[in-house]
Design a binder for this molecule. Structure first.
Ligand code: 5GP
Ligand code: MN
Length: 326
């Protein structure tokens, strides 16, 4: 891997860094760190996001070149290398941007930690046992002896990715290697509390009230099962002045209730269809269920999906299929 990585890197001048749609902390963190690393290494790099991230993640993009796909006018032929970070199927960048990824003639490097990658890159660095793409990005640089090019800002972005993809360092994916990488990031000057504050202490009143409403009014447990679900309609989102990212993490809350091992969160989109999030723990896994029944996939304990039905039909379908989850 290291020779191939260095060869592709050294041959490139203009690099395009891409992530999956609805970029989360790991996607934004890995992309921002990659851009800052490339700059320090003497390459030109632009981060291209399929759509904007939640406002609390935007600060990690300050000072780097980035664009969202809807505003992107640069020809793809300008770039001789593309990084595909935190996704492993071209469709994960969304319908609008997928052809850009597929049509790119330059080299592609995937760095990702989701299971079952599609082979569409010249170099596929896929390690599903690693907790986050951010940690994997660090591991790749470490194996290539390139971590000296990681600045404090790049290290902050990697810390963001590891922190958000591990539920603040608590999921089973966290290993001694994770803490070893975190230690090295702190040594680069990262102030851990600052990253936590930047990400988690940026709530609006609407966000907190929306979460309180969802928990107190919309929480349901499927009878006789360890499965809980919550749903929110567009009307409900509007009532609480919804902003992107406001429902992030809400799916995890039911898992903190003793006896609940699977949590499903459903939110109606503007077209009346439904974006789904699945989380589980212990002996229960959600990715295959999401893939087989709800056009999605992901990790064993954290997956996403999409339903073309309306909210009520989606909930009914979930309940009728729930035996498959347990
Ligand atoms: P979230 O619930 O945060 O949207 O997604 C949870 C996990 O599942 C993330 O790791 C995400 O990358 C993955 N995921 C979400 N939606 C999809 C999807 O449509 N397909 C696949 N393969 N993975 C998804
Ligand atoms: Mn990730």
């Amino acid at each position: 891997m290291t020779d191939a990585f260095k060869k592709l890197l050294n041959a490139a001048e203009n690099v395009l860094i891409t992530t999956h749609k609805s970029p989360d902390g790991d996607a934004v963190g890995s992309a921002a760190a990659c851009a800052r690393f490339l700059e320090a290494y003497g390459k030109k790099a632009i981060v291209l996001l399929p759509d904007p991230p939640a406002p609390n993640l935007m600060t990690f993009l300050e000072g780097i070149s980035y664009d969202v796909f809807a505003d992107f006018t640069t020809s793809i032929d300008t770039f001789d290398l593309m990084f595909c970070l935190d996704y492993n199927h071209p469709y994960r960048v969304g319908e609008a941007m997928e052809s850009l990824v597929l049509d790119m003639k330059g080299a592609k490097i995937m760095i990702d930690h989701h299971p079952n990658p599609t082979e569409f890159c010249d170099l596929t660095i896929s390690r599903p046992d690693v907790c986050s793409t951010a940690q994997l990005f660090f591991e790749v640089l470490e194996e290539c002896d390139l971590t000296s090019y990681l600045t404090k800002e790049a290290s902050e972005a990697l810390y963001l990715g590891i922190m958000t993809d591990t539920g603040s360092f608590r999921f089973p994916s966290v290993t001694s290697k994770t803490h070893d990488v975190l230690n090295k990031l702190l040594t680069k000057g990262v102030k851990a509390f600052e990253i936590h504050e930047k990400v988690f202490d940026q709530n609006t009143k609407g966000r907190i009230l929306l979460r309180a409403y969802a928990i107190s009014n919309k929480f349901e447990q499927i009878e006789g099962t360890p499965i809980a679900y919550m749903s929110l309609s567009q009307d409900e989102l509007t009532r609480f002045s919804f902003q992107k990212g406001d429902t992030e993490g809400l799916v995890n809350i039911p898992l903190s209730i003793a006896g609940i091992s699977i949590s499903v969160f459903m939110v109606e989109n503007e077209e009346g269809k439904v974006k789904m999030s699945f989380r589980s723990k212990g002996d229960y896994f959600v990715n295959e269920f999401a893939q087989e029944n709800f056009n999605g996939g992901g990790h064993k304990y954290a997956a996403g999906g999409f339903s073309h039905d309306n909210l009520q039909q989606t909930m009914d379908k979930l309940i009728s299929l729930s035996a498959k989850l347990i």
